[in-house]
Design a protein around this ligand. Structure first.
Ligand SMILES: Cc1cc2nc3c(=O)[nH]c(=O)nc-3n(C[C@H](O)[C@H](O)[C@H](O)COP(=O)(O)OP(=O)(O)OC[C@H]3O[C@@H](n4cnc5c(N)ncnc54)[C@H](O)[C@@H]3O)c2cc1C
Length: 400
């Protein structure tokens, strides 16, 4: 139904029987404000993570204290409605790519030849790159038991950070959430200002780029959303709760470090877009490295002479990798390998600051009407389901 917004569910004797709707926008003063739509069989509310809980709260389903405060009579006591908001915390880092790398960059810049080819591939054959979502590969990785152990040891690099204050219970926990599974996705997009996926083409630097993005799949942080009045047009009190549990920082920092190591081992890698990185000191072993001389020359072409003079102390040329040993096993063509970078406790703090400034949504919001027991469980404080009825225990036949 167009221009129709659900205000609330109408309950009769504890049973949902109808919906009250209002226009999405009031177009003229004579327009009727409300309509009742009766259900023949049942009502399924699927207004998404952000709207479902506030429709329920307007209907009188939620936390009695909170509902009373905003002038809504509580009809069903379910304090979990609107709690437990979650997302996958995302950070991006951008890399320079070698000139021969296939990328979206010239297409986005509007190069007419590239656009003709790309649209042709899409329209004629239905193939890449417009037939993809731009994400070339994705993996899910977990910290190893050894990495987790080191993280919480007193003298470890990460011990100086907020994570060392995390309770011991979560350390010994071996569920996926305590291991902090992360998705590192390699993609061909270049994130110009850390808030856009595909940047405005005029903001893009010359050259080719790829982006690594990494997000935490099981976060500890939780947000909430609650109505502030019965008015269906009023915005709720929404707290995304981003990174409000410090246990989420260590796996997010680790995700950045691992994805950077992955990028440095890719054949496309030609350096880092240094201003999109944490502020490491120029002489730090974790310092970011800019385009190397060989690739600078390749981008410059035959009519440009470059001897790789860098501007100031904030850019260091990417150092070439080493040729792989004969014993090196890989399923893809690898012409050079690199050792892991080293991060001091100060570097880790710098990555944390960067995470705090740049962490963003993956639009994977969930959890505000969690399908878990009403009284909650070890993961969710309050769910929305009644506890299942206790089945009478079957008597075991007596052994004689
Ligand atoms: C940019 C973006 C990229 C994403 N990428 C991925 C991805 O790659 N993979 C993946 O798995 N997920 C992805 N997601 C997440 C995925 O889209 C959502 O998890 C999913 O759509 C949620 O489905 P839903 O039915 O719960 O809610 P929604 O799809 O949000 O549907 C809710 C509907 O209810 C309507 N509504 C809300 N309030 C009212 C009201 N009061 N009255 C009447 N109607 C109302 C809304 O208009 C909407 O149509 C992405 C999300 C976004 C925004």
């Amino acid at each position: 139904m167009c221009n129709t917004k659900i205000d609330k569910v109408i309950l009769e004797n504890g049973r949902a029987t109808a919906l009250r709707t209002v226009p999405m926008k009031v177009l003229h003063t004579k327009q009727p404000r409300g309509k009742i739509i009766k259900a023949r069989k049942q009502i399924v509310l699927s207004c998404g993570t952000l709207s479902t809980p506030i429709v329920l709260q307007r209907s009188g389903i939620g936390d009695p204290e909170k509902l009373q405060k905003v002038g809504v009579k509580c009809q069903v006591e379910l304090p979990g409605i609107g709690l437990n908001f979650q997302d996958h915390y995302l950070t991006y880092s951008a890399y320079r790519a070698k000139p021969d790398t296939e990328s979206f960059n010239d297409f986005i810049r509007g190069d007419p030849e590239v656009q003709k080819t790309v649209y042709g591939q899409r329209n004629v054959n239905g193939t890449r790159p417009l037939a993809t979502n731009g994400i070339e590969a994705g993996v899910k990785v977990r910290r190893t038991k050894e990495e987790l152990r080191q993280e919480y040891m007193k003298d470890s690099v990460l011990a100086g950070t907020a994570t060392s204050r995390t309770s011991l219970i979560s350390l010994s926990c071996t569920t996926p959430s305590s291991l902090g599974r992360l998705s590192l996705s390699i993609d061909s997009r270049y994130d110009a200002n850390s808030t856009q996926i595909l940047p405005d083409h005029v903001l893009m630097l010359e050259g080719k780029f790829f982006t690594m993005f990494h997000f935490l799949e099981y976060s500890f942080s939780r947000g909430s959303t609650h109505i502030v009045s019965p008015d269906p047009y009023e915005a709720p009190d929404f707290d995304a709760g981003f990174m409000n549990d410090e246990r989420d920082m260590a796996p997010t920092v680790w995700g950045y470090i691992r994805s950077r190591e992955t990028a440095r081992r890719m054949d496309a890698y030609a350096g880092e877009v240094t201003d999109k990185y944490p502020f490491f000191a120029y002489d730090s072993l974790a310092a970011t490295q800019y385009l190397n001389l060989q690739d600078t020359k390749a981008y410059g072409g035959p009519n440009h002479l470059s001897i790789g003079i860098q501007h100031g102390s904030w850019s260091i040329q990417a150092k070439p990798g080493k040729p792989p040993k004969d014993s090196f096993v890989s399923s893809s063509k690898v012409s050079e390998v690199r050792d892991d970078l080293e991060y001091t406790a100060e570097n880790i703090k710098q990555v944390e600051e960067w995470v705090k400034r740049h962490v963003e949504t993956t639009w994977h919001s969930l959890g505000t009407c969690s399908m878990s027991p009403k009284e909650g469980n070890s993961i969710v404080k309050h769910g929305v389901l009644e506890p299942p009825p206790q089945r009478p225990r079957r008597q075991r036949p007596q052994m004689r």
